[in-house]
Every structure is written in structure tokens, then in C-alpha cells.
Write a protein that binds this ligand. Structure first.
Ligand SMILES: C[S@@+](CC[C@H](N)C(=O)[O-])C[C@H]1O[C@@H](n2cnc3c(N)ncnc32)[C@H](O)[C@@H]1O
Length: 223
């Protein structure tokens, strides 16, 4: 059985265990692998892309924000200065090693670290209507229960709050990017129609849908 055939015969639970193991194993080298500019040694390879993303999602002092599938927290230095010390940022990931690295890198007092599945954020910590914005950056294709995760991310949003599903590559580029990695080779973004329908079922009105080379961003506003 070749690798593709083998993967197609895994149960969803087996596939998710493999995926979680892959992310736990990658946590220590994650920032260097994906965000370090080798020429400068700084972690600012995607400066322009972050500026574009945060130009689309307005944050303000005092906001409560959920970063779902946060990994080692690449969004933390983008979000914290915008929400200031009066805001609160929830860093949530199902891979405990990612959260461990994230915690080591980011000692700010207004961060809350959560090890949980994106489809089941703890209700006590993240009650209905408690967040101004939710980011789902570079991770939606990996969520095994996309519908459940979208419903959960919408649940924690205040009316008028924004959900951003974003990548710094297009949906087609995501497909190619994941194709070479056993643990995530079947992790794709739903096509535009499916994504729009999923957002509508989660009471999210789509304000922006960008899917172009080097940038993907779907913004939903909670109705
Ligand atoms: C490609 S990484 C991106 C991490 C981070 N957002 C970044 O851009 O560096 C995808 C992340 O999603 C997390 N993830 C995958 N499935 C998840 C799930 N069902 N619930 C929560 N986190 C999940 C992984 O553990 C991993 O940290």
C-alpha cells in the first residue's frame, strides 16, 4: 500500500492522532522553520502580509481575542500591542508542545494559554459572546471537525465581532504545500461555496473573501 492509499484508509481519529503528533514534534523548530528570515535572523519574513491581515481586521485597546490553532504564537506580537494591556488574548491549540513553546516565548500577563480542540473551547474560560475577534491563522485545513470548529469560534464572538480565517498562501497553494507531508496531506481548505455555506450556518456574514496567490482571507461578522 503506498502512502496516499494508506492515509485514505486511516480513520479520522487515527489521522488526527498522527496530525497532533506531527505538530507536537514540530513545536521546537516551528518559528525557525516558517518565520525566520535567514538573511537577517529576524522573525519578520511575513511583515507585509501581517500588515495586510491586521489592516483588514481592526483591533482596539481592551479587545478580547481568541487565536485558535495558535501554535507557538506567531500572532502574539501582532495582537498584543493592538489590544494593549487592557485587552486579553487566548492562545488555544490542541498540541500541548505548541502551547509549551508559546508560553516560554510570551510571558505577558494578559495571555491565557489553552490546550483544547478548536471545536471545543472550554465554555467557562470562553463563554458565548465573549470575544471581539477570533483568528484562525494557517490552521483551518487541519481542523478535523471544521463545521464544529467554525460553530465554536462563532459561538465565542460578540455580535458584530470578526472571525478571520487566513493564510499567506492561496487555497490552491495550501493544497500543494500540504501534499508533501504525510501527516497533513489531506488537509485542505473547503472550496469557496462550501466555505460560504459553512459561515452562513454559523451566523457569520462574509464581509471579505480573498483567495489569491500569496494571500487567503475570509472575514465573517457575527450577526
Ligand atoms: C500549521 S500550524 C499553524 C500554527 C500557527 N497559527 C502559525 O501560523 O504558526 C497549525 C496549528 O493548528 C493546530 N491544530 C490542528 N488541529 C487542531 C484542532 N483540532 N484544534 C486546535 N488546534 C489544532 C496544530 O497543533 C498547529 O499548532
Amino acid at each position: 500500500m503506498d502512502e496516499t492509499t494508506h492515509n485514505m484508509h486511516r480513520t479520522p481519529e487515527e489521522a488526527d492522532r498522527t496530525r497532533k503528533q506531527f505538530f507536537n514534534d514540530s513545536a521546537g523548530s516551528w518559528m525557525d522553520s516558517w518565520y525566520k528570515d535567514e538573511a537577517t535572523g529576524h522573525y519578520d519574513k511575513h511583515r507585509k502580509d501581517f500588515d495586510r491581515l491586521f489592516g483588514l481586521v481592526p483591533l482596539k485597546a481592551g479587545d478580547r481575542v481568541l487565536d485558535a490553532g495558535c501554535g507557538t504564537g506567531v500572532l502574539v506580537p501582532e495582537i498584543l500591542p493592538r489590544i494593549t494591556e487592557s485587552g486579553l488574548l487566548y492562545e488555544l491549540d490542541f498540541a500541548e508542545k505548541m502551547i509549551e513553546e508559546n508560553r516560554k516565548l510570551h510571558p505577558a500577563a494578559n495571555l491565557r494559554f489553552v490546550v483544547a480542540d478548536a471545536a471545543h473551547p472550554p465554555r467557562k474560560l470562553l463563554p458565548d459572546g465573549s470575544c471581539d475577534a477570533v483568528f484562525c491563522f494557517s490552521c483551518f485545513p487541519h481542523f478535523h471537525d471544521k463545521e464544529g470548529a467554525l460553530q465554536a469560534m462563532a459561538r465565542v464572538l460578540k455580535p458584530g465581532g470578526t472571525l478571520a480565517v487566513a493564510h499567506f498562501i492561496s487555497s490552491q497553494e495550501v493544497r500543494h504545500h500540504h501534499a508533501g507531508c504525510h501527516a497533513v496531506m489531506h488537509d485542505h481548505l473547503p472550496d469557496e461555496g462550501a466555505m460560504r455555506a459553512m459561515f452562513a450556518r454559523a451566523s457569520l456574514g462574509i464581509a471579505t473573501f480573498i483567495d489569491e496567490a500569496g494571500f487567503y482571507c475570509v472575514l465573517g461578522t457575527k450577526t
